[in-house]
Ligand binder design. Structure first.
Ligand code: NDP
Length: 500
């Protein structure tokens, strides 16, 4: 890495990783290896083993043993917290390395990756406190002869399947909370972005996490991912990705052991802008909400629902903002919008742009692939004259493509916002507190932003309404999600006999 320049260098050769089982890295050996090309540069950057179903069984067995012998769940909260705190510190120590490999595999700007890694360390710090404060309830009002307790117990072995858009962030929105609950873990990262998940496994071992509590199996979704969702010895599965695979997860759970599920799926998230908003702030927020992570973001604000009286002026303001966003080499410190992560996603986005034009929407800006000499890039794109029935208004594009839908009344804005099968996130921009609160209450979304967008942190939970998913991650809600509730009745004194 050339730290003198404002642009980091590419690695001289691909970095080779093993997968991770029972506290140790397992080299690929005779297994096939997946070579990942950097989407921003089109050169090989990592080599990752393609695990076999037998490797997955070994990982689940290790997690099962670690859970069943209570080497982790049997520790007190203080001891679990100490490991999580050390992990947070080690993430900070290795932050530059994690951000670098995240950028190379994903294509996101290095400055953004650094910010995400700092946020991830903070998740571990926060979850450490939750390991100590997690508690149940008691009922002291059941009469003199009875005392009631409600305890929380860890669910058991948790499988995690993560996508390629935020490989480290999405992982860290789950792992520290799951470990705080006392569960053990088997992760299957997306095959194209496995490196930083493997680095986290190393960090957790160094931080003192007992062997078997964090295992990582690498390989494709259709083989290893499918085997994990069907696995009968996995007690719970946290899946983040497409709604299509989310449906397969639900089917597989029904056909195997009815494992508990957490699902974070797609979104088609509204950004509602009223004429009385601070339009300068709103334009900046809307541009950020669609171009951040090249729009490959389940919570990206992809539907701009704007009051008709300011619609044209506001579209121009967003266009001006996007024209200034720096699109380019992810390893350049100045870059704000990087590369599209996979070839398949690049095709999907370009197909939607063509479909929008064929459907009669008006291309206001962008709409083309950008030639940077190498890698795959798409210019931030805005469509006007969009009608609610168009595919670009209804389907998750997962790219930097904004559709504009005008409205005249508050009711109409709310109705357009809710006219979707999804319910992941939403933003409202207005300086009128009544309108802000009314919209916040009535729009169906698991995350809501008032005069901001994409804000987050370890305290507030994540998850969706409607077909955006089940359950919540992060915060105390994210720890409780990985527990089961047990009610305990305790008789005090002599029993009233049933048979005299
Ligand atoms: P997928 O849902 O296919 O991938 C997400 C994760 O699931 C990856 O780890 C993938 O592994 C794994 N996976 C794939 N197939 C299976 C399976 N049969 N059983 C178990 N796990 C599986 O998303 P895509 O990568 O194909 O992206 C397609 C669309 O999904 C995007 O256009 C976007 O709309 C949406 N998406 C939403 C995300 C979100 O954050 N909500 C994140 C990513 C995508 P692998 O990658 O190794 O095949």
């Amino acid at each position: 890495m050339d730290t003198q320049s404002t642009r980091l260098s590419l690695p001289s050769e691909p970095r080779t990783f093993g997968f991770y089982v029972d506290g140790a890295e397992v080299p690929a050996g005779g297994r096939d290896v997946f070579e990942r090309n950097s989407p921003g540069h089109d050169v090989p950057v990592t080599r990752i083993p393609k695990c076999t179903p037998a490797d997955l069984d070994d990982a689940v067995d290790a997690a099962r043993r670690a859970f069943d012998d209570r080497r982790w769940s049997g520790l007190n909260g203080q001891a679990r917290a100490a490991v999580l705190l050390r992990a947070g510190a080690l993430i900070r120590e290795r932050a530059e390395e994690i951000a670098y490999w995240e950028t190379l595999e994903n294509g996101k700007p290095i400055s953004q990756a650094r910010g995400e890694v700092a946020g991830c360390a903070d998740m571990f710090d926060y979850a450490s406190g939750l390991a100590r404060s997690l508690h149940g309830d008691s009922f002291n009002n059941l009469g003199d002869g009875m005392f009631g307790l409600v305890t929380r117990e860890p669910v058991g072995v948790v499988g995690i399947i993560t996508p390629w858009n935020f490989p480290f962030l999405i992982l860290c929105e789950r792992v520290p909370y799951i470990l705080a609950s006392g569960c053990t873990i088997v992760v299957k990262p997306s095959e194209v972005t496995s490196a930083t998940t493997l680095i986290l496994a190393q960090i957790l071992t160094e931080a003192g996490l007992p062997a078997g509590c964090m295992n990582v199996v690498t390989g494709s979704g259709s083989t290893i991912g499918q085997a994990l969702i069907e696995h009968p010895r996995v007690d719970m599965l946290s899946f983040t990705g497409s709604t299509a695979v989310g449906r397969r997860v639900v089917e597989a759970a029904g056909k195997s052991n009815f494992k508990k599920l957490g699902l974070e799926l797609g979104g088609k998230n509204p950004q509602i802008v009223f004429a009385d908003a601070d339009l300068e702030d709103a334009a900046d927020g809307v541009a950020f909400g669609i171009a951040f992570n090249t729009g490959q973001c389940c919570v990206s604000g992809s539907r701009l629902i704007v009051e008709r009286s300011v619609a044209n002026e506001f579209a121009q303001m967003v266009q001006d903002k996007l024209a200034k966003a720096v699109v380019g080499d992810p390893l350049d410190e100045a870059t704000q919008v990087g590369a599209i992560t996979t070839d398949a996603q690049n095709r999907t986005i370009m197909d939607y742009i063509a479909k929008g034009q064929a459907e009669g929407a008006r291309l206001i800006c962008g709409g083309e692939a950008l030639d940077m000499g190498r890698g795959q890039y798409i210019a931030p794109t805005i469509f006007g004259d969009v009608t609610p029935d168009m595919a670009i208004a209804r389907e998750e594009i997962f790219g930097p493509v904004l559709t504009i839908l005008p409205f005249d009344t508050v009711d109409e804005a709310i109705s357009i916002a809710n006219d979707t099968e999804y319910g992941l996130a939403a933003s409202v921009w207005t300086k009128n507190i009544d309108k802000a609160l009314m919209v916040t209450r009535r729009v169906q979304a698991g995350r809501f932003w008032v005069n901001c967008t994409l804000a987050g942190g370890p305290e507030l939970p994540l998850g969706g309404f409607k077909q955006s998913g089940w359950g919540r991650e992060a915060g105390i809600y994210g720890v409780e999600e990985y527990t089961q509730v047990k009610s305990v009745h305790i008789e005090i004194g002599k029993r009233t006999p049933w048979i005299a």
